[in-house]
Structures are given as structure tokens and as C-alpha cells.
Design a protein around this ligand. Structure first.
Ligand SMILES: [Zn+2]
Length: 245
């Protein structure tokens, strides 16, 4: 694995190649999941995808653990970056990646509050640096026909999806006895006014901080989801490696 525990000459061997930057979040995930859930998940998906394409073929950068989590304002345990700060962090990392001679950058997140920022950043980085940048929100990748959970259509935060994947990867961090369903009104809110989808707050629809139904989450479902989306992420990474070659 070419990361930060390897040497500069190892990175130099990747000249003209691709770097991967995972971006997490630190935010309340109800009473049953850890606040770093999105950072833990993105690290696991990215590690698996990098292993799949070949650990010596990309530069895996350290994760930006924090993300933009403004939608959880008012809930204890949330630490949010502004869009300006997150954009600036990504920008400065990308300038350094380009200065090290790499040509491609994959921005990966598992947090739904980040993709808007990453999308704007990726276009600006191409304009400024000539980098080929791709942005991936892992939970949006295809689930290969996996049957959705009981919260299909409102599995937004701490619901069936995240809880199942966490049960598959880190069961010791999940308190299933505290898993509760909440926030079903989220679907109505979004359906009623799709133009304001970017401005909802969790507290608009949920008292617990959960938007979803995690009560029937399972490690088996989570393993299948992890396998499908890790493979999809690896395919995107392989395509990016090919695009800059
Ligand atoms: Zn999450």
C-alpha cells in the first residue's frame, strides 16, 4: 500500500498516476452508531477498492476525517467544517498531489453532506491544475439488486443501510439495543418541495437524529452491500487509472 507509511521514492514511482482522497464526517448518528461512522465506512470501502485494483498502483492519502455536517446542527457530537474550509482543504491537498507529479485524483465520501462541495471542488481543480478528478458518494453506488430495508425511500442517516454495513465491518461499535426508527417524514418533506432538498435539517423530521429504520439491520445484508459497492468503487478507480495513463 502506497500511503503515508511508505517513502517519497514510492510515491515518485506513481508519477503521472492517481491519488485517492477519502473524506469522512464526524456527526451524531443517533444512539446506536458512532459519530465517526461515515469516516469509518469510507476508509473501509476505499481500502477494499485499492486492494482490488492493486495496492501499488495508487497513492492513498490520509482521510480528511471531518466533513460538512451542517444538516445535523443542534445535535451534540457533530463537528462540521464549512463548505469554504472543506473546499480549501481539498484544494491544498490537490495542489500538493499535482506538485508530486500525479495527474488523477479520486475524491471518495460516504457522507451525503459532502458531494455538493466535492463536485464544485473537482471542477475547479481541473480548471486550475489540469487534474483529472472524479467524485464518488459510495452509498449512491448500485447495490446489485439487494432488497432494500424497511426504510426504502427514507434510509438517509443511521438507518438500515449504514447500520447493516457497520454490523458487517465493526459489530463491536454498534449498540443494536438502542436502534430506533425515526424521520419517516423526510420523504414527504423532499417530495413536497424538491427544490429545497439542500436546506433540510435532521431536526426538521427527527427527534432522535436518525432518519431511517435500523431495527432490522443485519451483518449479512451489510456484507452484500459492502461487496457490491466496493467492487463498483474499484471499477471507477480502475477507469480513472486508465484515463490518465
Ligand atoms: Zn452516516
Amino acid at each position: 500500500m502506497i500511503g503515508v507509511r511508505t517513502t517519497a521514492p514510492d510515491v515518485a514511482e506513481l508519477t503521472g498516476g492517481v491519488a485517492v482522497l477519502p473524506i469522512g464526517a464526524v456527526e451524531q448518528h443517533g444512539a446506536h452508531l458512532p459519530i465517526a461512522t461515515d469516516a469509518i465506512l469510507v476508509d473501509a470501502f476505499v481500502a477494499n477498492a485499492v486492494e482490488t485494483v492493486g495496492a501499488g498502483r495508487v497513492w492513498l492519502l490520509p482521510t480528511i476525517t471531518y466533513g460538512k455536517s451542517t444538516e445535523h446542527d443542534g445535535f451534540v457530537g457533530t463537528v462540521s467544517l464549512s463548505a469554504t474550509t472543506l473546499s480549501a482543504l481539498i484544494h491544498d491537498v490537490a495542489v500538493s498531489v499535482a506538485a508530486s507529479g500525479l495527474r488523477g485524483l479520486l475524491l471518495v465520501t460516504a457522507h451525503g453532506g459532502n458531494p455538493e462541495v466535492l463536485g464544485i471542488a473537482s471542477r475547479d481543480l481541473r480548471s486550475e491544475l489540469g487534474l483529472v478528478v472524479r467524485t464518488v458518494h459510495v452509498p449512491s453506488l448500485a447495490l446489485d439488486g439487494l432488497t432494500p430495508g424497511p426504510d426504502d425511500g427514507w434510509d438517509v442517516h443511521g438507518g438500515h443501510y449504514e447500520t447493516s454495513v457497520m454490523l458487517a465491518l465493526h459489530p463491536e461499535l454498534v449498540r443494536m439495543n438502542l436502534a430506533a426508527a425515526d424521520g419517516e417524514r423526510w420523504a414527504d418533506l423532499v417530495a413536497a418541495d424538491s427544490t429545497s432538498i439542500g436546506s433540510w435539517f435532521t431536526r426538521d423530521v427527527s427527534a432522535t437524529g436518525i432518519i431511517g429504520d435500523p431495527r432490522h439491520a443485519s451483518a449479512e445484508w451489510g456484507k452484500a452491500a459492502f461487496a457490491a459497492q466496493s467492487a463498483a468503487l474499484a471499477a471507477i478507480l480502475e477507469t480513472l487509472i486508465g484515463a490518465v495513463a
